[in-house]
Write a protein that binds this ligand. Structure first.
Ligand code: ADP
Length: 427
């Protein structure tokens, strides 16, 4: 799948998700308003019936006297203009509200026009274990007219409406689950895409790495096939050495890849040894890196705060760690390489810093350089050979020693890798 198609799928999915959420939000809001209206209609009918029946009980025939007022969302007053018997009122309210299928707690009170006070109030609950709260008279603001009326307040109206909308919440949940699945699917597509790019890169690098030595071996062996070469033993030795060196190089490369594959499957087992750091660093730098760098006009400096620093590490793997970092410092340098190794013997452990004056690493790539197969992108052609496995291996070995590796880098200036190995690690 091309990058363009993936990007289009991503943008379309985000648009669809936003649209679905907005629509759902809009419908839920509408449904809530509708539920409120239905509730209001049913309550008004019920209260009107209650008032009419009170008047009938009082043998008052002017049924038109009863007026239901919807004061606010949860508060209603019903003007009766006649005597109101509170026991009958409660019974009638329950019956009529249930007849309208409204089963939620309510509190009512009766206004007495003679004392100009709300004279009676009661909380009616449908929850059996519910301890009935005292009725707060503030729930029943007084109406400014001189006639008898009763008031009804629904304290749990919001809960009631929310319950009525359960179906909407289920459908929103289904929508959210669907969107999570969609987001996960897109994430998988991106990850697969990245993996396939890494794989492609790896195969390209591998082919590059093997092509050059194989071509050299092929050329050299063709020269050796010439029967006259026997007359020139020096040339023969030269070509045989080339074949030998290239074969060694190839074997090393294959070993590195196999080692990484193995480290994943079986894990690396460390053979911890006592090491004098100075001796180890001298061994690595004097034999290979100093001659190599000096031949290119560069240099490598080792600055130790103590010659006596001792460590307990796996010699072989730890040497590989230092070599990998030094190889990179040379590989990723486009001028005369100047490398510094600094060590600090701290109470908790040993810190080793390798600083180069190479091409540096972009900030955006820094977080990825320790990932397996990751190589900083340089377009389709990689001038510098590698598999993107070195730093991953370095990090793994540091971790196995209970330590860590950090990097500081600036493009065009250079990089600084700092390893810290604790003194009393349990490996
Ligand atoms: P490889 O060198 O085989 O590509 P590594 O895992 O050693 O793999 O390095 C990963 C990437 O990090 C390299 O491809 C390179 O782009 C970048 N890198 C590593 N070390 C340095 C360095 N010292 N200076 C600049 N870039 C570096």
């Amino acid at each position: 799948m091309s990058n363009r198609v993936i990007r289009i799928i991503f943008v379309l999915s985000v648009c669809c998700a936003v649209l679905m959420f907005t629509t759902q939000y809009f419908w839920i809001k509408k449904a809530y308003e509708l539920e409120k209206n239905i509730f209001n209609t049913h309550v008004t009918i019920a209260l009107k019936n209650v008032a009419d029946q009170i008047l009938r009980m009082n043998e008052n025939t002017s049924l038109t006297d009863s007026i239901v007022s919807h004061v606010n969302d949860s508060y209603y007053t019903v003007q009766v203009n006649d005597k109101i018997d509170s026991t009958a009122l409660e019974y009638l309210l329950k019956r009529e509200l249930l007849a309208q299928q409204i089963k939620t707690d309510f509190e009512y009170s009766v206004y007495d026009c003679e004392s100009e006070k709300m004279k009676y109030g009661k909380y009616v609950s449908y929850e059996r274990t519910y301890k009935k709260p005292d009725v707060k008279m503030e729930s029943f603001p007084k109406k400014l007219h001189g006639n008898n009326y009763f008031a009804v307040h629904f304290p749990k109206l919001d809960n009631y409406l929310t319950k009525e909308m359960t179906n909407w919440f289920w459908s929103t949940l289904v929508l959210i689950i669907f969107l999570i699945v969609l987001a996960y699917a897109i994430f998988i597509i991106f990850r697969q895409k990245r993996l396939s790019e890494i794989q492609k890169d790896f195969v390209n690098n591998m082919t590059h790495e093997f092509k050059t030595p194989l071509a050299t071996i092929k050329l050299s062996s063709e020269v050796l096939k010439n029967p006259n070469i026997v007359q020139n033993p020096e040339r023969l030795l030269n070509y045989a050495t080339i074949i030998n060196n290239e074969t060694l190089h190839l074997t090393n490369q294959v070993e590195r890849v196999l080692q990484m594959a193995k480290s994943n499957k079986e894990g690396i087992k460390l053979n911890i040894d006592h090491v004098v750091l100075k001796e180890m660093l001298d061994e690595i730098t004097e034999r290979k890196y100093k001659p190599l760098l000096r031949s290119r006009g560069g240099d490598i400096k080792v600055m130790m705060d103590s010659d006596k620093t001792e460590m307990y590490v796996d010699k072989l793997h730890f040497k590989n760690v230092i070599s990998n970092l030094l190889d990179n410092a040379i590989k990723y340098c486009d001028r005369t390489p100047m490398i510094e190794i600094r060590t600090q013997d701290k109470p908790q452990g040993v810190q080793i810093t390798i600083k180069d004056n190479g091409i540096g690493i972009d900030k955006k790539d820094l977080k990825n350089i320790f990932d397996k197969f990751f190589r900083v992108s340089t377009g389709n052609v990689h001038k510098v050979k590698g598999f993107g496995l070195g730093l991953n291996y370095v990090k793994l070995i540091c971790k196995l020693h209970g330590g860590e590796i950090k990097v500081n880098s600036e493009l065009g200036i250079g990089s600084e890798f700092t390893i810290f190995i604790p003194k009393n690690h349990k490996s």
